[in-house]
Design a protein around this ligand. Structure first.
Ligand code: GDP
Ligand code: MN
Length: 380
């Protein structure tokens, strides 16, 4: 679950990480009132679940009331990366001397927490990573010890970033505090870009990005309430409601599969044979017809989809039940692309009988199904 900057900053503040004051505004009028209360100059910042707001015109400094109102109005009219701006954060402008990059996340391969730092903050870290990877430093910390990370390690890491000596203890302090915040909130990512040194030498988190681990949210009901439904990916929400897991990808082959493991295997086989799946989709066990309908509808929202591959392994889920779902989906609306189906397992014969005479193309094996789908949908 992604948090907004203002929400992440509230959690930072609770853990002692220095952040500028801030007031959330929903209208230009509210933004003006906030700016007047804080005193000029202020920064007005779009609150959307996507980075690069600055470049998109979603972060602006203003120096008087007239400007504040006009800028707030303009930012509220923006859609950034597909996310309409509905909330603003108004915050005192800071005089920036240095911008650093600092983040904390879990490295699953190494089974450890890792701080990532770069002396060149403010810019997109992905660009730095590509062009000068040697500027990006890592500091691994046992995830269980994030609330008590060895100061020696943190200090060595910050020293390697080559800041002015005086700022080292302050940055180490921020690292220790975001470590505590990370552990206490069940986060999977904290990113501060930029973490700045202001002209008076103070170290401040000027931006804040935080992602909480959905699987840990049950431990933090008060944090679950921070979810901003209106700002989330529509497809994923719709899928969530229907009880299917759905992740959109870039390919041309839509996938409808029962079971997460089988869905992964299906994507692997498609890739292995040279195709590209347009999505991950697990309709789960006991797939009822409504779920299949939702699956088709979500896949077909993507104009790149040229073919759908349905891969069903009937266990507890019976093939005839899935077949009924497919029939219902086809009766409900026109599926404008070919559907390839591999139907195997419990009640396979009954399922096939139900689907006879439809537009479906049957495949005997998963490989065959994938090959047929790639022939229709094209190679990656
Ligand atoms: P992002 O573009 O979504 O990452 O949004 P940020 O919060 O990082 O803001 C983008 C950039 O605006 C920052 O990297 C800063 O350079 C600049 N910025 C934001 N707030 C202030 C501020 O109060 N003072 C100054 N001088 N620059 C700011
Ligand atoms: Mn930023």
């Amino acid at each position: 679950m992604k948090l907004h900057e203002y929400q992440a900053k509230e959690l930072f503040a609770k853990h002692g990480v220095p952040v500028p004051e801030g007031i959330v505004a929903l209208t230009a009028g509210d933004a003006l009132a906030a700016a007047e209360a804080l005193g000029y100059p202020v920064a007005i910042k779009a609150q959307v679940h996507i980075g690069g707001r600055g470049k998109a015109g979603g972060v602006k400094l203003v120096s008087d009331g007239k400007e504040a109102e006009a800028v707030a109005e303009a930012i509220l009219g923006l859609t950034i990366g597909g996310f309409p701006v509905r909330k603003l954060l108004v915050t005192p402008a800071v005089d920036v001397a240095h911008e650093l990059y600092l983040s904390l996340l879990i490295d699953r391969n190494k089974r450890t927490a890792v701080y990532i730092g770069c002396a060149e903050g403010g810019v997109e870290i992905e660009t730095v990573a590509k062009e000068s990877p040697e500027k990006i430093l890592r500091c691994e910390v046992n995830a269980r010890e994030l609330d008590n990370a060895p100061e020696r390690d943190l200090t060595a890491f910050v020293e390697a970033l080559c800041l002015e000596a005086g700022h080292v203890p302050e940055v180490v302090d921020v690292m220790a505090k975001i470590g505590k915040c990370f552990k206490a909130t069940g986060a999977s990512l904290i990113e501060i870009n930029p973490l700045i040194v202001d002209t008076s030498g103070a170290v401040i988190a000027l931006d804040a990005k935080m992602v909480l681990d959905d699987n840990a949210l049950f431990q933090h009901p008060e944090l679950a309430e921070l979810r901003d439904i209106a700002s989330e990916d529509e497809d994923e929400l719709e899928a969530d409601k229907a009880g299917v897991s759905f992740v959109r990808l870039e390919g041309s082959i839509g996938c409808v599969v029962n079971g997460a493991g089988l869905a992964m295997a299906t994507m692997d086989v498609i890739k292995h044979l040279g195709g590209a799946p347009s999505n991950f989709l697990d309709i789960g066990g006991g797939a009822r017809s409504e779920k299949v309908v939702t699956a088709f509808k979500m896949i077909l929202k993507d104009p790149n989809v040229k073919v759908i591959l349905v891969n069903i392994l009937g266990g507890i889920t019976r093939c005839d039940e899935v077949a009924k779902g497919i029939l219902a989906a086809l009766a409900d609306f026109d599926v404008p692309v070919p559907i390839v189906i591999r139907l195997a397992g419990t009640n396979e014969a009954e399922g096939r009988a139900l689907l006879e005479g439809t537009q479906l193309i049957f495949a005997e094996t998963l490989e065959q199904g994938a090959e047929t789908a790639i022939k229709i949908g094209g190679a990656a």
